[in-house]
Design a protein around this ligand. Sequence first.
Ligand SMILES: [Fe+2]
Ligand SMILES: [Fe+2]
Length: 203
Amino acid sequence: MENISQDTKNILGLQLPTDPRWVDLASISLEDILTDHAYCEQKAANSCISLITKYNDKEKLVDELSPIVTEEWGHFRLVLSELRKRNLPLGRQRKDEYVNKLLEFQKKGSSPEERFLDQLLTMALIEARSCERFKRLSEGLTDEYLRNFYRKFMESEAGHYTLFITLAETYINKEKVRARWKEWLTYEADVIKNFEIRGDRVH
Ligand SMILES: [Fe+2]
Ligand SMILES: [Fe+2]
């Protein structure tokens, strides 16, 4: 894990680090961040369940993603209890502009293999960016308890990022995975660059 704290860009391949001002904005709207984060975890669990349902014939995927569903749901519960501790409601789910933008990049009408690859890489990317954001929070917040709170998420999501890439390489030619991953990284950097910096959401 020590590598994660060295240089997120190198480790995760992300092309554009988060604007440092984001942590300050996030710290003043922590309630919104917690709500948004709770739904991110819920969506992560949902997405893993969908992948298991859709690719039920891929044994490794089914076996590796099954415990991730439990883990992501555990994350949801951790964030929910953090909200409750602060007497805050779960709140409403907002429109996920970041994920919607990523979904636009998935190849439509392509081969089943290409669609499968894009689904795994979308997941890898969301995990990588979430990991990077949690790293920012774990380093930039003033509250020590919260810094530790986010550090645990950072470590967990880094493991998930790696798993999705590994799964892609299990079923698809490595060169193909690498080439498409590069395209995804370039696209994602552009998405982040064109987004307004908002402290009320994880992405
Ligand atoms: Fe998670
Ligand atoms: Fe995750």
